[in-house]
Ligand binder design. Structure first.
Ligand code: UGA
Length: 362
């Protein structure tokens, strides 16, 4: 039998519940199910409106503490979203990036393997590595993964994430599902530099900040890299498709020692790309679309906004920066196994995000 959304006895643990994806997932679980939530994070500013919800318990902690790991793993479903995932940090804080993306999730996976919890782990589309501009569709179970040299410290994050995937897939007794997000965008993404965060956020938040400040959008190495931006609400629908595919066998934790037939759900022991191939653009095109949409939201002529400026990756991010030139997901597996396909068009995603950004920060 499937996990029932109206079953009040289910508690889902969301690690990283205060982050961009986590805050949307928290809202969706509370609105779309009768479940309870055990939320873990260090920063709760995005979820202030949920802090007193009687169906939630929150813990301010990171995953370096084994007691915290055991507490999380006592719940039947654990979604791990916690990560350092802003590229500007991969070069300057490579070791902390590796700890955050390998040591901590692996320790959580071990705790889940012991308790019998189902771990839904968020990896990254960056595990496909240093893709060229002519690379084709990226498939979960077929595409070779290759990275730049060790000196290109940009890949500290991707290699840590990939090693974690391999560890999770190899861990005896663990019931797992892994997700490779392709550039999720939407309200509450990242931060506005100098207001609620420091450094360089990912491209959508960085372009939104520059537009709001009347500054030129910076096109790294000419903005030739391509991405398939994916609406956050599609991403949440995907997680619900995964939940819906989970059986309630894992709910009885006393039986956990005996979980050996993981093939009873199409979501178990699978890695899924989650992206929208229809939304592919170069970063230079993204800049133009965002300028147009921002101008229409503010009701100003687009010509009044500064033109984008080209910057070099190393000057902008620091030595060791490198890039994936194309990230085009093959999404057939999520469709075949879970019946999921992303559907939100790029302009709708950008308008929704920019409107939120303007309302929140202006
Ligand atoms: C990042 C993370 O490393 C991935 O783990 C994550 O999966 C992904 O974001 C995501 O959001 O899903 P990346 O796509 O390189 O990967 O992140 P961005 O910082 O948003 O950069 C996208 C592209 O825009 C890159 O080519 C970057 O050089 C460019 N960029 C970024 C600019 O041209 N200008 C900017 O101001 C910022």
């Amino acid at each position: 039998m499937n996990l029932q959304f109206n079953d009040r006895s289910v508690t889902v643990a969301i690690v990283g519940c205060g982050g961009f994806i986590g805050s949307h997932l928290l809202d969706a679980v509370l609105c779309r199910t009768k479940w309870r939530v055990f939320g873990v994070d260090l920063d709760f500013y995005r979820i202030q409106h949920r802090l007193n919800d009687e169906r939630c318990e929150f813990l301010s902690a990171d995953l370096s503490n084994p007691e915290v790991l055991n507490r999380i793993a006592q719940f039947p479903v654990v979604v791990n979203l916690a990560a350092i995932c802003t590229p500007s940090r991969y070069m300057s804080e490579a070791c902390e990036v590796i700890r955050s993306n390998y040591d901590r999730p692996v320790a959580l996976a071990e705790a889940c393997a012991k308790s019998g919890a189902w771990l839904i782990h968020f990896s990254t589309s960056e595990v496909y590595g240093r893709t060229g501009s002519d690379s084709g569709e990226l498939s979960e179970d077929e595409t070779p993964l290759s990275f730049g040299p060790v000196g290109a410290s940009r890949w500290s994050y991707a290699t840590a994430k990939l090693l974690t995937e391999r560890y999770i897939a190899g861990l005896d007794g663990l019931k797992w599902t892994m997700v490779r997000p392709f550039n999720f965008v939407g309200p509450y993404m990242d931060f506005m530099p100098g207001v609620d965060g420091e450094g360089i956020p990912r491209v959508l938040a960085n372009f939104s900040s520059a537009l709001l400040r009347g500054e030129p959008l910076k096109l790294v190495n000419g903005g030739k890299a391509r991405r398939c931006f994916t609406g956050i609400y599609d991403a949440i629908d995907f997680i619900f498709a995964v939940f819906a595919a989970g059986t309630n066998r894992q709910l009885n934790m006393a039986d956990a020692g005996g979980v050996s037939e993981f093939s009873d759900s199409p979501a178990y022991s699978q890695i899924f790309n989650v992206g929208n191939p229809d939304n592919e653009v170069t970063i230079a095109e993204l800049a133009q679309r965002m300028r147009n949409i921002y101008a229409s939201i503010r009701e100003v002529p687009v010509e009044s906004l500064p033109q984008p400026e080209v910057v070099s990756g190393e000057d902008y991010y620091g030595v060791g920066y490198d890039d994936s030139m194309r990230r085009m997901p093959n999404v057939e597996k999520a469709w075949k196994l879970l019946g999921f396909r992303a559907s939100m068009g790029l302009d709708d995603c950008l308008r929704d995000s920019l409107k939120w950004f303007v309302g929140h920060y202006a």
